[in-house]
Design a protein around this ligand. Sequence first.
Ligand code: NAD
Ligand code: DAU
Length: 341
Amino acid sequence: MRRFLVTGGAGFIGSAFVRLLLDAIPESEIINLDLLTYAGNLDNLEGLDPARHQFIHGDIAAPETVHQALPDGCEAIVNFAAESHVDRSIADCAEFLRTNIVGTQVLLDAARAKGVKRFVQVSTDEVMGSLAEDDSSYFTEESPFAPNSPYAASKAAAEHLVRAAHHTFGLDAVVTRCGNNYGPRQFPEKFLPLMICNAFNDQSIPVYGDGLNVRDWIYVDDHCRAILAVLEKGKPGAAYNIGARNPRRNIEVAESVLAALGKPKSLLRFVVDRPGHDRRYAIDPSLIESELGWRPQETWESGIQKTIQWYQENSRWIERTRNNEYREYYRKQYGDKGAAS
Ligand code: NAD
Ligand code: DAU
């Protein structure tokens, strides 16, 4: 058997990766370590074979927990566990520093101590900051770090620790940097599922600032297939940018979702901008395409269709997710947000 430790595997992308790995590698066994924060959800793991997937409720920043969770002969750690929402990091970044930075170091130390063969750090294009609005530049693997939000800064710090573990201790580590994921089971604090869930109820959709910020969108399973390719074939010490060549303005994304749902544009409400809001992300995925032969399988149209269909068929998941804690978050985040000037 091939044994893996996946962290944050009850979240949006981690749970998609767990399903993919179990399908793609029939001889794999996964230990899934997740703290089940507001974003972690055991419903995301429904139906997995308990003989090959073991869930452990625990904290990646707790060395003893990680040590106990790490199976003997573990082939790789794939680290998804993180605080992942930019707006929450602006409100309070303490948990971001603890999980994203300290937690990553705890995992790196455990990997070395137990002789884990490979460490995959799931990072983000946000470590490279913002591209200028009106040029045609892209993020490449050589783009300098310029994280702008506390979230991005914590992910950049984590990457530095991974790099240091590789350089100083020879740990076989690889990093992936992806853009904005969308797909089933994404927590509805993020723009795309927030729009879909609000629109279902004819509730207004908050668009920050002028709505012209650009994000580079990728269907979650395409991101997971790229991580799998990096896990299997990535060069030790390398970082790989992952993107589907799909940069779009927020307003265009909102309008296409409303059109697909048959809802009016009048639901859009322009509100005060996010502080420090990065203007444009656009990823050049040439390296992973040429070196590892990865290509996205979904188009924007097919991915959005699948995503909307999943939310339409999973109203119970939405109800359970949009609980009292979520409603309180929503009130604080949007309750007194004025209109954009
Ligand atoms: P998510 O917020 O949906 O899930 C995060 C998971 O981590 C949750 O299950 C949560 O319970 C778990 N977790 C949080 N703190 C933990 C801790 N201390 N110990 C153990 N588990 C903990 O996030 P996501 O969108 O699935 O993102 C997963 C990873 O991918 C993150 O590292 C994120 O930075 C990165 N990423 C996300 C995107 C995106 O568009 N969502 C894009 C690029 C990279
Ligand atoms: O680029 C990768 C990153 O993408 C990941 O590292 C992060 O974990 C993930 O959360 C995402 O970050 P963003 O800040 O880009 O995603 P979010 O869904 O929060 O916002 C997408 C865009 O939509 C962004 O320009 C802000 C805007 N927005 C967001 C929300 C929540 C709105 O206009 N209104 C909103 O209510």
